[in-house]
Design a protein around this ligand. Sequence first.
Ligand code: F6P
Length: 324
Amino acid sequence: MGKIKKIGVLTSGGDSPGMNAAIRAVVRTAVYEGLEVMGIMCGYQGMINADFKPLQAHSVSDIIQRGGTILKTARCEEFRTPEGRAKAYVNLKEAGIDGVVVIGGDGSFTGARLFNEEYDIPFVGIPGTIDNDIFGTDYTIGYDTALNTVVEAVDKIRDTASAHNRMFFVEVMGAEAGFIALYSGIASGAEAIVIPEIKDDARNLKAMFDGGRKKSSAIIIVAEGDEGGGAFAIAESVKEDFKGYDIRVSVLGHLQRGGSPSAIDRVNASRLGHAAVEALIDAQKSVMVGLANGEITLVPFRKAVKLHKDVNHSLVALAKILSV
Ligand code: F6P
């Protein structure tokens, strides 16, 4: 493998605030290092369709503060197939792209891992998802912003819950993981938090409330991936236990994915974007750059996608203690 001269960058999977800051860091680092950069549009679909556009330092001006992604994003079924990846390889070769930075989540890294088992163009990943569910990194781009968005929303729900003496089930995103729910629950002083990592927590809600009528109002944060179902299903299944409460459900939905990235997301995205380009220059392939204890780490895609990242169970215990 010769020296890298031209790299591609794409965003894939669900967008997350800070992806633009990562794109900016990738482009500016590449320019600084004398590399050419091509933006690959709409995730892996852009590789398959040869939808590439040259990016210069000025192409990424004025985007560090913007949510979404200037490169667009998609979940691409075709890239899951050997035929799709073969088309992508031909197009990358024709465009002279000899290294790719993939900003996305575990689905995106699974595609990248497969591609790197089959072809000689190295891929390096940057964890970009609000879910924070990727093994090998303490942090994924967008998680901090999403968390702050959720806390702001729950604070508002708290006002009306308290005014009406109501119990609210608030459903938050996170896919199969409970990071957003656990952290936003602690930060908003939730009375209970229901997450997939703790089995049967939805069924045990009554016990947490000391017989069902202890506080005049309550906020219960429900992770969308909990095995008890979403917030509507859980509220329905426990309503007999909480007869004293007037129950409402609020599903926060996609507002959690938008908005201007927090300062933490911008700084971490900048670090990870820079590290990804340096990793390609250092002839790394099939790895994700992550942050562990504040330091940049390299994690093989194989591990990042296969191994399970658990929540910190001492925080689950803390949430219970503080909602006494
Ligand atoms: O992975 C990010 C995420 O926002 C999850 O939290 C959520 O389950 C999913 O994407 C929603 O996906 P879509 O935007 O396709 O509905």
